[in-house]
Design a protein around this ligand. Structure first.
Ligand SMILES: Cc1ncc(COP(=O)(O)O)c(C=O)c1O
Length: 412
């Protein structure tokens, strides 16, 4: 970019943004199975307009913006209600799953220090738990003890029990975990936390919206939420299956006492009392307003329908992939994530072929596999995707072509 000496006309600048986006993945069209979620133009319009209205408001001080406090409280209460949170449940909106997980780890560390005098905290979690827990471990000085999962990719509570010790401040399960979309055995994991006086966080960033609705649709969803004794906090991303604007996740604690370990307050400077609920200071009210508005617009019946559509698309994709020679679906997701690999061709070479054909999905491992996050916007496209996998698989055969491993997130 050259920084212009004289400002340019607004329309010209905005048009250039469209040109800049020309090489981005097209996340509206159902060909992208990662990173972005799309249910309908109307829901997107509501999110965008609400975000716009509150874009430059500042959630750092909700005394100045009581509208944001009210919207946050209402959104958190709604989400807590989906997840069996009682009257005592309390939480905050954060900017995303990563910030919710950072705060869960921070709260566990503070509780361990306050109640058990732990100065060298650790947390025990399956290898499948999200990478953001490693970020939290790194930021907050909590040792991460990763434990292998079982054949079905679910956390192994016995192996976790063996890793839990007197310094454990947190045990983690996911509902579902990202890599294969399976739900960890939350009651067994939460029991470890009770024994130790530690926190148990359920990462429902992916499933916090879908699983309660899937259960109501008659799916067999194992216990994973606050109905399970010992679960102390949960994270739920609204900017995923809530279909709201990016920058919206909820962290809910079982009660206010547990929530108090999340917040930060200081007056150790000359600028006045500074309190904040999360990582950020200044924080746009846009995503808060968008979350509130989208929940209102979609409503209970809307989420039932969107969830049913996403699940149908998931099952269709799984069945189609399983029918392709040499393709193996990993795990049996009760949710909306599908991971698969090839037992014949190089899996990432298939990913490259899909990319050339205009499809986008994630690459992960171990084991090397491709990953699809299936949402309501994929209802009409999963067959085309499965056709493309079959074509790529045929074309590559057992030949020597190797593909790019790619990255889940980047640092450039
Ligand atoms: C299970 C799980 N937890 C946490 C996250 C992190 O969320 P975010 O990318 O919004 O920070 C993700 C993202 O996909 C996830 O799948």
């Amino acid at each position: 970019m050259t920084f212009p000496e004289h400002g340019r006309p607004a329309d010209e600048v905005l048009a250039e943004l469209d040109a800049l986006a020309a090489d981005d993945v097209d996340w509206h069209g159902g060909r992208v199975f990662s990173l972005a979620y799309f249910a309908s133009e109307e829901i997107y319009r509501v999110a965008r307009t609400a975000n716009d209205k509150f874009l430059s408001t500042n959630a750092l001080n909700m005394g100045a913006f009581p509208s944001l406090r009210r919207m946050q409280n209402e959104v958190v209460a709604t989400v807590a209600g989906w997840l069996g949170g009682g009257d005592e449940a309390a939480g905050f909106l954060t900017t995303g799953g990563t910030e919710s997980l950072l705060m869960a780890v921070k709260a566990a560390r503070e509780r361990g220090r306050a109640e058990r005098g732990i100065t060298e905290p650790d947390m025990v979690l399956p290898v499948s738990a999200h990478a953001a827990f490693e970020k939290a471990a790194h930021y907050f000085g909590v040792r991460s003890i990763r434990v292998p999962v079982g054949e079905d990719h679910r956390a192994d509570p016995e192996a976790m029990a063996a890793a839990v010790g007197p310094n454990t401040v947190l045990v983690v399960g996911s509902a579902p975990q990202y890599p294969q979309g399976v739900i960890d055995p939350i009651p067994e994991i939460a029991a470890l936390a009770i024994d130790q006086g530690a926190n148990c966080h359920v990462d429902a960033c992916m499933g916090g919206v879908t699983l309660p609705f899937l259960r109501r649709l008659g799916e067999d969803i194992p216990p994973f939420d606050f109905s399970v004794e010992g679960v102390t906090s949960m994270s739920i991303d609204l900017h995923k299956y809530g279909y709201t604007a990016k920058g919206a996740s909820v962290i809910v604690h079982r009660d206010r006492g547990l929530r108090n370990h999340q917040t930060f307050v200081t007056d150790n400077w000359t600028g006045g009392l500074y309190g904040s609920s999360g990582v950020l200071g200044t924080k746009s009210g846009g995503p808060i307003a968008a979350a509130w508005a989208v929940l209102q617009h979609v409503g209970d019946d809307g989420y039932l329908q969107l969830t049913a559509t996403a699940r149908r698309a998931t099952l269709r994709l799984r069945d189609r992939l399983e029918a392709i020679d040499g393709i193996q679906v990993l795990g049996d997701t009760p949710a909306t994530l599908v991971a698969f690999r090839s037992n014949v061709a190089d899996t990432f070479a298939i990913g490259d072929e899909l990319g050339k054909a205009g499809w986008y999905c994630d690459r992960q491992g171990p084991p090397d596999s491709l990953h699809c996050t299936v949402h309501a916007g994929h209802a009409e496209t999963v067959d085309g995707f499965a056709d493309a996998v079959a074509e790529a698989s045929d074309a590559l055969g057992s030949g020597p072509t190797r593909g790019e491993a790619g990255a889940y997130g980047t640092v450039d």
